[in-house]
Design a protein around this ligand. Sequence first.
Ligand SMILES: CC(C)(COP(=O)(O)OP(=O)(O)OC[C@H]1O[C@@H](n2cnc3c(N)ncnc32)[C@H](O)[C@@H]1OP(=O)(O)O)[C@@H](O)C(=O)NCCC(=O)NCCSC(=O)CCC(=O)c1ccccc1C(=O)O
Length: 279
Amino acid sequence: MSDIQWQPGKEYREIIYETYEGIAKITINRPFRRNAFTPRTVMEMYDAFSEARDDAGIGVIILTGANHGGAHEDEAFCSGGDQMVRGNGGYVGEDNIPRLNVLDLQRLIRVVPKPVIAMVNGYAIGGGHVLHILCDLSIAAETAKFGQTGPKVGSFDAGYGAGYLAAMVGQKKAREIWYLCRQYTAQEALEMGMVNKVVPFEQLETETVQWAKEMLQFSPTALRFMKASFNAATDGLAGLQQFAGDATLLYYTSDEAKEGRDAFKEKRKPDFSKFPKFP
Ligand SMILES: CC(C)(COP(=O)(O)OP(=O)(O)OC[C@H]1O[C@@H](n2cnc3c(N)ncnc32)[C@H](O)[C@@H]1OP(=O)(O)O)[C@@H](O)C(=O)NCCC(=O)NCCSC(=O)CCC(=O)c1ccccc1C(=O)O
C-alpha cells in the first residue's frame, strides 16, 4: 500500500504488529473472512494495543485490516464478529468459552493514552464499524464502506456502538444506520462526521502515516489529556477516572507529590510549605 519500511514486532497468529518511527500498526489478518474477529483475534489485538501502550517510544497507533489481494472494492478493514464461531453465549474460541471480549478491546482503544487512527482500507461493518468509530481519528480509502448489520444477523451493540455513534453523527442518522442496516460510502461517512479524511486507496497508508507524524511532533502529555478530556465528556465516571488518572500521573512527577512520598519513606513529617498555592 506504501513504501514505508515497517519493522516487524511481536508475532501473532491472527494479527500483525509492526512499528515505524514512533508509530505502531496493528493489522487484523484474516482477509479470507473480511477480517472478521474471533476471540483469539481480539485477545491478540488487546495484547498488541497493550504492547504499544507500554512502549514509551510509540506515540500513535494505527488499526487496519489486511488486504486479500482482490479488487480494492473487496478489501476489508473489519467485518465484525466471526459468525462462523458464534455460539449461544458469544463467540467461541479454542478454549470453548463463549466470549464477547471485543468489549474489553473497545475500552482499551478508548483508554490507551495515545491517539489511535483507524486506517479504513475497505469494509468497516458490524463490530468492525464500531471499532473504527471508537478510534480517535479515521482515514478512509475512497472505496471503503461503512455500516452496522446487527438487526440483520441477530446482534446489537447498545453501548458505544449506539450512544457514541449517536454523539458523533446525531440521533436520527445513528438510528437510520442501526434500523436499516445499509452500507454507506466513504464520502457519506465523511459528510456524517464519522471520518476525518477520504483519499484514493493507493494513498491511504502514506496519508495516515503523515497524520501520525504530525501528531508525533506535539506534546504527548497534551495529546494524552485532550484524549482523556474528550472521553470524560462522553464516558461518565469511567471517563472521569481516566482523566483523573492522568492528572495523578502528572502530579506524581512533581516535587510536591515526591515530598509526600519521601517524607513517608524517611519517617518524617512532610513539609509542603515551600510549594506555591497557585490562584
Ligand atoms: C463485509 C461484507 C459486506 C463483504 O461482502 P463481500 O465483499 O461480498 O464478501 P463476502 O463474500 O460476503 O465475504 C467473503 C468471505 O468472508 C466471510 N465473512 C465475511 N464477513 C464475515 C463475518 N463477519 N463472519 C464470518 N465470515 C465472514 C464470508 O462468509 C465469505 O466466506 P466464503 O467462505 O468465501 O463464503 C460481507 O461479508 C458481510 O456483510 N459480512 C457480515 C458482516 C456482519 O454481519 N458482521 C457481524 C456483525 S455482528 C458483530 O460484529 C458483533 C460484534 C460483537 O462481538 C459485539 C458483541 C457485543 C456487543 C457489541 C459487539 C460489537 O458490535 O462490537
